[in-house]
Design a protein around this ligand. Sequence first.
Ligand code: NAP
Length: 253
Amino acid sequence: MSNTNGRIAIVTGAARGIGAAIAQRLAADGLAVAVLDLDEASSKSVVDVIESAGGRALPVGVDVSDAASVDAAVTRVAEELGDPTVLVNNAGVTRDNLLFKMSDEDWDSVMNVHLRGSFLMSRAVQRYMTAHKWGRIVNLSSTSALGNRGQANYSAAKAGIQGFTKTLAIELGKFGVTVNAIAPGFIETEMTAATAERVGVTFEEFKAAAAAQIPVGRTGKPEDIAHTVSFFVSEGAAFVSGQVIYVAGGPRA
Ligand code: NAP
């Protein structure tokens, strides 16, 4: 699908789950991929998979909520892989609780990783995109942006990401940069496995209950999201910007 051979991509939160699948897909599309996560060592296994398939990748440690850490990581990518012109803001955390039990820390940590993290990463990388007059930013939203019990913090952050996406699309379009968002429904990762544990059911039970509510009759895989990222990043998607695609097996999960 892609004709983006040789471009440099950054994927955050890419040591596992959806981010790992996105990193592997972009590498298979011919991009060199910086695999960013909190702990550089945890990104190494994804880099190994990419390299053993003949791709080019670099593990980089970063805390996306910390400006100095973000600037150092992006500079390192530019020095060791080349100027990054593709950015996937995927890093995420959940701190679910009903409003009356939600702590300040629950609220701040989710806002800091999803919203501040996407802001800091995008601000740091846009200078390479505008210089090259070409770029692609893909932000991870969620069906939770439409509201989800126990996720006041997460749903606010994921709705915020949709507004952030549309505004960057308006600001950066004249530089050949598109900015889009993907709102996944239920995807099988450690994040959803942890939610099953928190509510006290097995992951299999949790997935079966979710699949029963999803029009296509199954839960999502990380590769379902990676495929949509590949589309947004492709050369042919140059006229698609400021959009949110719900990848949820139906109109919403
Ligand atoms: P995941 O398995 O929990 O992976 C998230 C990754 O982000 C982890 O490797 C985590 O590292 C990393 N991370 C957390 N905080 C970070 C920080 N401050 N700086 C850098 N990296 C950080 O989650 P996932 O299910 O793949 O989700 C990926 C994205 O899709 C998230 O934005 C999530 O909100 C979104 N999403 C997921 C689903 C779903 O059903 N799974 C649905 C809708 C949207 P550590 O392991 O070290 O914490």
